[in-house]
Each structure stands twice: as structure tokens, then as C-alpha cells.
Ligand binder design. Structure first.
Ligand code: MGP
Length: 335
């Protein structure tokens, strides 16, 4: 076959593939072009405005006007380490909901270790791209979905700043609708991840977070069911005070009486930030505990009980619900 012919065929395959994905997702590096092409749609007109105004760009040295966000702004370098050196874009909501970079990086590395041959990851609530970007550092195709066009815009811009926009495809849409209309099922995802809205910083108002009532856009049972429609390997980032009994019940209801959910408690700088809940054989079979890790884990557990009585109560509660199956681990992303 002549070189010219071969190129033509390869190009055709590439065009066909991008058309299939183009109908559902837009490539993060071509967001401007995609917005112009679809300008008859109001969401894309908004996107054009955001792009033209360079909206939501953070000036790292300028404190935010909204005083309630001050504590998040103070920790801005933990959210995006490039915030001083590159352009980072955030809405008010993203300040409190974006996954801090080290935590997102830890998760992406963990998933890579569990699934070294994985290629396609779906990030269901991509927000400002905290997780999407770190997944894209490890995997060739990362798909990000969000109900907000502003979030899609922020993810694309932040991904450009991290140099991974060529590995990211984005889609705006309500998760409920996308799942019920089977809009995402054409692609075979190796893993589906979601860090859903917890209801804002008030999520800590009650000692125990109700995963059926307060998680958006649906309770944990429905959410798990919807994720599993797209992949057998599912991960969610949930509040540190999540009701683990509800987690167990949801797991059994959706996957059967002997199903397991692995829970990783994640700390950053010694502070508990949230839990990663994992469903899927590959996450159970992964054996992270070198002797040093085990020692660190147990000393962290001790530190926890002396630090905070409520947390220590939850630890006991965890033991009864999940450590039976050796499925609760604690990691401090700072090592
Ligand atoms: P936090 O508990 O509001 O902050 O969020 P912090 O610094 O632990 O506050 P303190 O009051 O304990 O001092 C901790 C982390 O949880 C954030 O960095 C986000 O990654 C995550 N997070 C918080 N909220 C309110 C949400 C949310 O609504 N959705 C998602 N997906 N993540 C959230």
C-alpha cells in the first residue's frame, strides 16, 4: 500500500472516531471551535461569552471578594499547585468542592496501580477538573461530565494550563438525564469516578452525613446503580462523616448480599478530607500495605482516636461495618 493511501485510511478512521465522540463529547483542546460550531445552542453561546471574557480567571495574589471563601483561598496552592504560575479558573462553588491536587493525584496513581492497562476513565461530576486533570496525567482518554457549562469551561481551561487538554473530552448535561437516555453508553469505560455535590460546606452540620438524603443529584443507592451501568469499576469521593451503614446497605442492595465496598479515608497534612469508596474486584485485590504502610496506618488510627472522640466512635462503627472484610484503609497523601 502506498504511503498516501495509508494516511488517508488512518485519517478516515480518526475522523469517524471524533465524529462518534463529537456527538457526545467535545475535545477540551478544541472547546472554542466546538462552541462556535454549536452557537445555535444557548449553552454554547454562554461558553463563547466565557471564553471571550476570559471569565473566572483567578488572580492568585488577590483575596476573593466573598469572605466565606477565604479559608479555601488561603489553601489555594493545595487545590491547584500551578495557581501562581499558570492560569487557573474557578467559580465560587468550585472553591469548596474541587478535589485538592495531592488527593486527586493520589487517586489517579492508585487507580493506575490497580488497573495498569486501563485507557478510559469517566469523571461524572468534573467540576473544575481537579480529578479529571490528574486522571489525564495517567490515562490516555478521560471523559468529564458536569451539569454546569461554567464548570466545563473551567475544566477545559485548567486542563490547558496543566498541558493535558489533548487527553480530555467534555460534556455538559444532567447526570440523571444522560443516564436515563443512555447518552454515554457508546464508550466502554474502564472506571467511572464521581465526586458529587455534597450540599456545600454545610455538609458537616450533622455528625453523620445522610448519603440517601443529601447527596446530589440522587441518593447513594441510585447513584451507585447509575455508575455501574457504565462500568463494573466505580469510585466515589464522599464526605468524611458519611453514614457507612447506608454505604453497606446500598452496596448489598445493588450488588448482592456478599458484595464489598472498599473505603479509603484520605488525609491531607494530617486532616481528614473525605473518603474514597470503591467497588470492583481490581480495587480489592490491590495490596497496598507494605510493612511501613501498615505501621503508618495503625499509628494514624491511634492519632485519630486521641484527636477526636467523634471520629474515634466512627472508627469503631467502621470496624463493625467494613473492616471485617479488611476494607477500611487510611492514607495521608503527604506520605
Ligand atoms: P471542607 O470540609 O469544606 O474543608 O472540604 P476543610 O478544609 O476540610 O474544612 P474544615 O471545616 O474541616 O476545616 C474538604 C474537601 O472536601 C474539599 O477540599 C473538597 O475536596 C471536598 N468537598 C467539600 N464540599 C463541600 C464538597 C462538595 O460539595 N462536593 C464535593 N465533590 N467535594 C466537596
Amino acid at each position: 500500500m502506498l504511503w498516501g493511501q495509508q494516511t488517508e485510511i488512518e485519517e478516515k478512521i480518526f475522523v469517524d472516531l471524533t465524529e462518534v465522540m463529537g456527538r457526545t463529547f467535545i475535545h477540551a483542546s478544541k472547546i472554542k471551535h466546538a462552541a462556535r460550531k454549536r452557537k445555535h445552542h444557548s449553552n454554547f453561546r454562554t461558553l463563547i461569552k466565557l471564553l471571550n471574557n476570559d471569565a473566572y480567571k483567578i488572580e492568585s495574589s488577590k483575596p476573593l471578594k466573598n469572605g466565606k471563601l477565604f479559608k479555601y483561598w488561603k489553601n489555594r496552592r493545595r487545590l491547584f499547585s500551578k495557581i501562581d504560575s499558570a492560569s487557573i479558573y474557578m467559580t465560587d462553588e468550585l472553591w469548596f468542592s474541587v478535589t485538592p491536587e495531592r488527593i486527586a493525584c493520589f487517586l489517579a496513581n492508585f487507580v493506575k496501580a490497580c488497573m495498569p492497562n486501563a485507557e478510559r476513565i469517566l469523571d461524572v461530576f468534573c467540576g473544575g477538573g481537579g480529578n479529571t486533570i490528574q486522571f489525564a496525567m495517567q490515562f490516555p482518554c478521560v471523559y468529564g461530565v458536569d451539569y454546569s457549562i461554567e464548570h466545563i469551561y473551567c475544566t477545559a481551561k485548567n486542563a490547558q494550563s496543566y498541558g493535558v487538554d489533548d487527553r480530555i473530552w467534555l460534556k455538559r448535561g444532567s447526570w440523571k438525564k444522560l443516564v436515563s437516555k443512555q447518552k454515554l453508553s457508546k464508550i466502554k469505560y474502564d472506571c467511572v469516578f464521581g465526586s458529587p455535590p455534597w450540599g456545600g460546606p454545610e455538609y458537616l452540620r450533622n455528625d453523620v452525613y445522610d448519603l440517601e438524603q443529601h447527596l446530589k443529584p440522587m441518593g447513594i443507592t441510585k447513584m451507585l446503580k447509575s455508575f455501574l451501568k457504565l462500568s463494573p469499576n466505580v469510585i466515589m469521593f464522599l464526605p468524611r462523616n458519611s453514614d457507612l451503614n447506608q454505604l453497606s446497605r446500598a452496596t448489598r442492595k445493588v450488588l448482592g448480599p456478599f458484595a464489598k465496598c472498599k473505603v479509603l479515608y484520605v488525609k491531607e497534612n494530617g486532616y481528614m478530607k473525605g473518603i474514597f469508596c470503591m467497588w470492583g474486584e481490581c480495587f480489592f485485590n490491590y495490596e497496598p500495605a507494605s510493612t511501613e504502610n501498615s505501621r503508618r496506618e495503625s499509628s494514624e488510627k491511634e492519632e485519630l482516636s486521641s484527636e477526636n472522640e467523634e471520629l474515634s466512635k466512627r472508627e469503631k462503627h467502621e470496624s463493625t461495618t467494613t473492616t471485617k472484610n479488611n476494607t477500611v484503609d487510611i492514607y495521608d497523601v503527604n506520605g
